[in-house]
Ligand binder design. Structure first.
Ligand SMILES: C[S@@+](CC[C@H](N)C(=O)[O-])C[C@H]1O[C@@H](n2cnc3c(N)ncnc32)[C@H](O)[C@@H]1O
Length: 134
């Protein structure tokens, strides 16, 4: 439930494409709409990005980039991909496939990719040390 397009003024000239399952995007749009219609004007969400386009797609299917493109995404344009909290929900082969598609189809000199990873070492560390930190 990222809200960068509502939070980051540096996106004022950027189109944000948000890819997720349709039901997640729908739930999010409903929450934003409810906040926009609430009586408490201080909490009305204001779009900071130039625009936000929600794209319903499953990253384990082969058609997610096509769906992005049909929604207006142009792979040759400067793009920052944010794969935050997603790769470790996918199987190894699906995660590699997502990265390959981006590497093969996007203009690599204009592309920045940010991603977080979780491996066995990291999860073991968390299991051992998180209870001590809480
Ligand atoms: C931990 S959240 C992080 C999302 C994002 N970074 C944010 O801050 O909103 C993981 C998201 O990945 C989505 N997700 C998981 N598997 C997916 C898939 N195969 N295709 C598309 N989205 C997926 C989930 O529905 C969830 O919204």
């Amino acid at each position: 439930m990222d809200a960068r397009s509502y939070r980051l003024s540096c996106l004022k000239e950027s189109t944000v494409f948000e890819v997720d399952f349709p039901e997640v995007l729908h739930a999010k749009a409903t929450i934003v709409e409810a906040a926009a219609n609430s009586r408490d004007e201080h909490h009305h969400p204001t779009m900071a990005a130039k625009s936000l386009i929600r794209v319903a797609a499953d990253l384990t299917e082969d058609d997610w980039l096509e769906k992005l493109q049909k929604s207006g995404f142009e792979p040759e344009k400067s793009t920052v991909w944010i794969l935050e909290g997603i790769l470790y929900y996918l199987s190894h082969s699906h995660a590699i496939n997502v990265l390959k598609i981006i590497a093969e189809k996007c203009n690599i000199t204009n592309t920045v990719l940010l991603a977080d990873f979780m491996n066995r070492q990291a999860t073991t560390f968390i299991q051992l040390h998180l209870p001590l930190l809480l």
